[in-house]
Design a protein around this ligand. Structure first.
Ligand code: MTE
Length: 324
């Protein structure tokens, strides 16, 4: 993966995180009636909050009625600005700032996802259908990029397991493959051979069914900004960030292990599993520590990104040096 130092990043703005937290607490405690009352009479209940939340995306649509998850970390969240301006999305360029700058060409609506392969209910489903099927949850996850930086992001989505089960995979379905849109008009970076397009990722079936794996449709309580993979993307918090494929248009149930994009490009550096592992270095750099975006000092990287208690048993008996 091409590496750029986050030197051009400004310090994260802590104010917006605390405002966000206060607003969430208030909404939970007070409920919608109090919110409505608080805005009656022209008194803005959360003056400043919406400015902060919408700083990058004034027309962002709020997601309603999502619950909090038992899996949430209580670590300090990165700001909306960090999360939406320091991105990897090669379909819009290789610089971390490119996705925020250039992804306005992506049209997340209308959008549909093709489901095919070894399953009982293949078909083409609109994003509106999909959003109706599953209750939304907020999942505040540590995210660890293979490039040794990390963030804490409040995603909103639903368990991938629920999505998978709905399509009734057959006993021959051993893997789930995910594919990103190909459209050079919407994704101008696809006119360059930076990667073979489309971007492809995959999970073993037991990984896809693990309750931590999430299909995200939002972050910070709003629909996903284009640069973060609108309208629907994968989030697998115990794996390196490249597994989190964005702007998904196809989900396929497969008998054999899919060849994911980064493995296809550099199989010696990037594998299929990509479990966060401080003990197995990348051939060109250490994975023992990471820089949390917005922080100065590095912190130690944890096995499975801190989710070992939940997921380590999925990999019993596997050699992480061979199956990286
Ligand atoms: N998905 C697609 N389609 N294209 C990409 O270039 N980059 C991956 C992943 N998903 C990528 C992608 C990488 S390397 C990372 S680290 C994460 O997206 C970054 O997600 P974020 O920008 O929302 O933090």
């Amino acid at each position: 993966m091409l590496i750029k130092k986050p030197a051009d990043l400004r310090e994260s703005d802590v104010t917006d995180q605390s405002l966000y937290l206060r607003r969430r607490e208030f909404l939970q405690v007070a409920g919608s009636t109090a919110v409505a009352m608080a805005t009656v009479g022209g008194v803005p209940a959360f003056e400043g909050t919406s400015t902060v939340l919408h700083a990058q995306n004034p027309s962002a649509r709020k997601l309603e009625n999502f619950t909090k998850s038992a899996f949430n970390t209580d670590e300090k969240m990165n700001s909306y600005k960090d999360v939406t301006t320091y991105n990897n999305f090669y379909e819009f360029g290789l610089d971390k700032a490119d996705p925020a700058r250039y992804s306005s060409t992506l049209r997340p609506s209308p959008w549909s996802v093709v489901v095919d392969g070894q399953c009982g209910k293949p078909g083409t489903y609109t994003i509106e259908d999909i959003m109706k099927w599953f209750p939304l949850e907020e999942r505040i996850y540590r995210m660890r990029c293979v490039e040794a930086w990390s963030m804490v992001i409040p995603w909103v989505g639903f368990p991938l397991a629920d999505f998978v089960k709905r399509f009734q995979p057959t006993s021959r379905a051993k893997f789930v493959k995910f594919t990103t849109l190909v459209d050079t008009k919407q994704m101008p970076g696809q006119t360059e051979p930076a990667l073979p397009w489309p971007y492809v990722e995959g999970l073993r079936m037991d990984e896809a069914l693990h309750p931590l794996a999430l299909m995200a449709v939002g972050l910070y309580g709003e629909v996903l900004p284009n640069q973060n993979g609108a309208p629907i993307r994968l989030v697998v918090p115990w794996k390196y960030g490249f597994k989190g494929i964005k702007s998904i248009v196809r989900v396929s149930f497969e008998e054999s292990q899919p060849l994911n994009t980064w493995q296809r490009v550099r199989a010696d550096e990037y594998g299929f599993y990509a479990n966060v592992n401080p003990a197995v270095d990348h051939p060109r750099w250490s994975q023992a520590s990471e820089r949390r975006i917005g922080e100065f000092f590095k912190r130690k990287t944890l096995p499975f990104n801190g989710y070992a208690d939940h997921v380590a048993s999925l990999y019993t008996g596997m050699d992480p040096r061979k199956l990286y």
